[in-house]
Design a protein around this ligand. Structure first.
Ligand code: ZN
Length: 623
C-alpha cells in the first residue's frame, strides 16, 4: 500500500512519539555527522551513508506522526538532493562517487514520493538510473554496494512499477550480476562457526575482504530479502523460497532467542552472550517487511514481530535517547570490560550516542516507523495490477485507509497486542464491498479464534493466513483471539527461553546506571548488575505453562518501561553457583538439565525489552 495508508494508534503511536521526542527528533541538533554541515546538505562534513541513513528513518517518522517540525527537517535533505542532481544524472555529494550511500538515499526518496507525490522525484530517479546503467560496466559495484545491491533492486522495481521502462530490468540484471551471490552463499552455507578475526583476515590491512563482508552481520540482515526481491525479476520459485532458507541457516548456526542471529559484528555462533548490532536489527526488519510483501510467507511476519517487540526496544533506552551497538540475550553488564565480540570494541554494549561506531546512531530510526507502515498490505494476483483485498501482516494498534477497486475502506485496529491476545478490527467501507481479508495466524497460535460480528469463523491454522471473504458493511467487527499461554523454546546448550505470544521474557537483573560521559544532548552510560542473575529455572517439561503465573497490568505511557511492564511471569528457580561471569559477560549457560542444591525461589520475568540487564536463555533444573 502507498505509505501513509497505515497510521499507528494506541501504544504504537506513543512509541513513535517517544522516538520523535528522543534522539530521532534531535540528532541533527547534537551530532555533526547529520547536522548542517552534512555533505547531503551541501556542506563539507560527513558525505557518505550517515545523512541518507538518518533521512531513511526520519522521513517515515515525520509523516506517520504528521509532525511539521520533523517534516521540515527531512525536507532540507530531500530538497538538497532534488536540486543538486549533476548534469550527467549523478546524485549526492560530489566529494565521493560510491554507489552505496546512494542506495540508501533512494530508499528515502521513494518513501518521500509515496507520502507526498512530489513530481520532482520520479524524473530525478529515472535520470540517475539511466546514468548508472551506462556507468556500471566501467565502474562496477564494490565493497558495501556489492553486498547490498538487493536494496537498490527494490528501488529499481519500485520505479519500474511506476514507469514500466524496460531499461530498468537491464539495470536490475546488471546489479544482480555485479552484486554478491547471496543465494549461492546460503545454498551451500559454510559459515557454521563463530567467525574469528584471523579467519576473515581482519588485521592484514587493505580494507574488508569479501570473506569479511559476506560474514558481516548488517550485510546478512540486508541479504535476507535478496531471494524474495530477486524472484520478482527472475520469476524463480527457488529464489522466492531463499528468504526462508537464509533465515533457517542463520538460526541453525547463529540463532538467538531474541529473534536475531549473532553478529558482533560478524556471525558469532549461538552463545547468548554474543551480541547483535542494532543496524542488523533494523535492516533485518526491513528485509522481512519487503520479503513478506513479495512472497506472502506468514512466518516472515512472526519473525518481524519477534524483532520489533523484543530486539528493537531491548537495545534502546526507554526514552530513545541512547542505544547500544551490540545487545546480548544474556546481558549481565554493559561496561568497558572486555567482551566476547569477534571484532567490536569495548564500548559496544554501552548505551549512548555512538557506542563503538556511529552507523547505528544514523540508521536505527527506520525500525519503528517502517514497522508501523507495514502492518497491512494489499493482496492480489501478482500477474495483474488488480488488488483484491487486504492482508493483516503484523499486529499492533493502527488505522488503515485503503482503496479497493475504487471503494475506500477504513479499518481501525484496537489492541494491546503483543501484551494481550485480543485484537479488534472495525471495518468501514464507504459502501458495502466484497473482498477477502487475510489475517496472519502466527505459528505459535494453536487454538486461535476469529469471530465476525460475534459469529465464530472456522478454526484457523497456525502458520497461515486465514482468509475471510464476505461483503463487508460499515461497522463490521472482526475479533481475533490468540492463545497467550506461556511457552518454552530451546537454545544453546539446551537452555530454555520463556515466550508468550510474540514476546520473549527475561529475568530483569537489578540495574545501576552510571554515566560515563555527557554527549551533547544525551550521554553514554554503563550499566552494572545489583542483584544475582545466575538462575536455573524449573519447568514441567510436559506443560511449561503450568508452572508459570501470569500477571497482566495496564500498558504504561512508555510501553516497554521496566517499572510498568504490562506482563509479568513468575517462575520457580534456584541459583546455580557454578554459572559465572568473566569480564562482564555471562559464561555460556551450562548444558541443561542442571542440578542445584540452592533453595527454591520465585523469580519474576518481564518482557525482554523491559530488562536492559537480563537473562533470557536459562539452564533448566532437573526435576
Ligand atoms: Zn550499526
Amino acid at each position: 500500500m502507498p505509505l501513509g495508508s497505515v497510521r499507528p494508534a494506541g501504544w504504537l503511536r506513543r512509541q513513535l512519539e517517544i522516538q520523535a521526542s528522543g534522539l530521532s527528533g534531535h540528532l541533527d541538533e547534537t551530532w555533526a555527522d547529520v547536522g548542517p554541515n552534512s555533505g547531503w546538505l551541501g556542506g563539507t562534513g560527513e558525505s557518505w551513508e550517515r545523512g541518507p541513513y538518518f533521512l531513511d528513518g526520519l522521513l517515515p517518522l515525520a509523516y506517520l506522526l504528521d509532525d511539521a517540525r520533523l517534516k521540515a527537517k527531512a525536507q532540507k535533505y530531500i530538497d538538497w538532493i532534488l536540486t543538486h542532481q549533476a548534469t550527467d544524472g549523478m546524485i549526492g555529494p560530489a566529494s565521493n562517487d560510491d554507489w552505496w550511500p546512494r542506495i540508501v538515499a533512494l530508499k528515502a526518496l521513494t518513501q518521500y514520493q509515496e507520502f507526498t507525490a512530489d513530481q520532482r522525484v520520479i524524473p530525478l530517479i529515472d535520470r540517475y538510473f539511466r546514468y548508472q546503467l551506462a556507468e556500471l560496466p566501467k565502474r562496477p559495484l564494490r565493497d558495501w554496494g556489492k553486498f547490498r545491491w538487493q536494496d537498490e533492486a527494490l528501488s529499481v522495481i519500485w520505479l519500474y512499477n511506476r514507469t514500466g521502462s524496460a531499461y530498468l530490468l537491464d539495470l536490475a540484471r546488471i546489479l544482480h550480476q555485479q552484486g554478491y551471490d547471496w543465494m549461492a552463499q546460503f545454498a551451500n552455507f559454510q559459515f557454521k562457526q563463530k567467525i574469528t578475526a584471523d579467519y576473515i583476515k581482519l588485521n592484514e590491512g587493505g580494507g574488508l575482504k569479501d570473506l569479511a563482508l559476506s560474514t558481516h552481520g548488517v550485510n546478512n540482515g540486508q541479504a535476507i530479502k535478496t531471494g524474495a526481491i530477486w524472484s520478482l525479476v527472475s520469476g524463480s520459485d527457488t529464489d522466492r523460497k531463499a528468504t526462508a532458507h537464509m533465515i533457517a541457516e542463520l538460526d541453525r548456526y547463529h540463532g538467538l532467542p531474541n529473534g536475531m542471529f549473532s553478529c558482533d559484528e560478524h556471525l558469532s555462533g549461538r552463545d547468548p552472550s554474543q551480541g547483535s548490532e542494532l543496524c542488523t536489527v533494523v535492516e533485518y526488519m526491513f528485509s522481512l517487511e519487503r520479503a513478506l510483501a513479495a512472497t506472502g510467507d506468514p512466518l516472515l511476519g512472526d519473525r518481524l514481530e519477534r524483532l520489533a517487540f523484543n530486539a528493537l526496544p531491548g537495545t534502546l533506552t526507554d526514552d530513545m535517547w541512547a542505544h547500544q551497538y551490540n545487545q546480548e540475550p544474556n546481558q549481565v553488564e554493559c561496561s568497558l570490560h572486555h567482551k566476547p565480540w569477534v571484532s567490536d570494541g569495548p564500548e559496544s554494549n554501552l548505551f549512548g550516542l555512538e557506542p563503538n561506531f556511529g552507523c547505528c546512531t544514523a540508521n536505527f530510526h527506520q525500525g519503528w516507523p517502517k514497522f508501523a507502515a507495514s502492518l497491512f498490505l494489499l493482496s492480489g494476483d501478482p500477474n495483474s495490477d488488480q488488488h483484491d483485498g487486504l492482508v493483516a501482516a503484523a499486529y499492533a494498534p493502527c488505522e488503515v485507509r485503503a482503496n479497493i477497486r475504487g471503494t475506500s475502506v477504513h479499518i481501525a485496529e484496537e489492541t494491546a497486542y503483543p501484551f494481550r491476545g485480543a485484537i479488534k478490527l472495525t471495518v468501514n467501507p464507504s459502501a458495502p464491498l466484497a473482498f477477502p481479508m487475510h489475517l496472519r495466524i502466527p505459528a505459535w497460535a494453536s487454538g486461535a479464534a476469529i469471530t465476525i460480528n460475534g459469529k465464530p469463523e472456522p478454526q484457523p491454522q497456525p502458520g497461515t493466513f486465514a482468509r475471510v471473504e464476505r461483503t463487508w458493511k460499515p461497522g463490521d467487527r472482526v475479533e481475533i483471539n490468540f492463545p497467550m499461554q506461556p511457552r518454552a523454546s530451546r537454545w544453546f546448550n539446551n537452555s530454555v527461553a520463556i515466550e508468550r505470544g510474540p514476546l520473549v521474557f527475561s529475568y530483569g537483573i537489578g540495574e545501576s546506571w552510571v554515566k560515563l560521559r555527557d554527549r551533547g544532548m544525551t550521554a553514554d552510560w554503563q550499566v552494572f548488575p545489583t542483584t544475582a542473575w545466575n538462575y536455573a529455572i524449573k519447568l514441567d517439561p510436559q506443560n511449561p505453562s503450568a508452572d508459570i503465573k501470569v500477571t497482566e497490568s495496564e500498558i504504561g505511557e512508555t510501553p516497554f518501561a521496566r517499572k510498568t511492564a504490562p506482563v509479568r511471569l513468575d517462575v520457580k528457580a534456584r541459583k546455580l553457583p557454578k554459572w559465572r561471569a568473566e569480564d562482564g559477560a555471562a559464561d555460556a549457560p551450562p548444558q541443561s538439565l542442571v542440578a542445584s542444591e540452592a533453595p527454591e525461589e520465585e523469580i519474576t520475568l518481564i518482557p525482554y525489552a523491559s530488562a536492559k540487564l537480563r537473562i533470557t536463555a536459562f539452564p533448566q533444573l532437573k526435576t
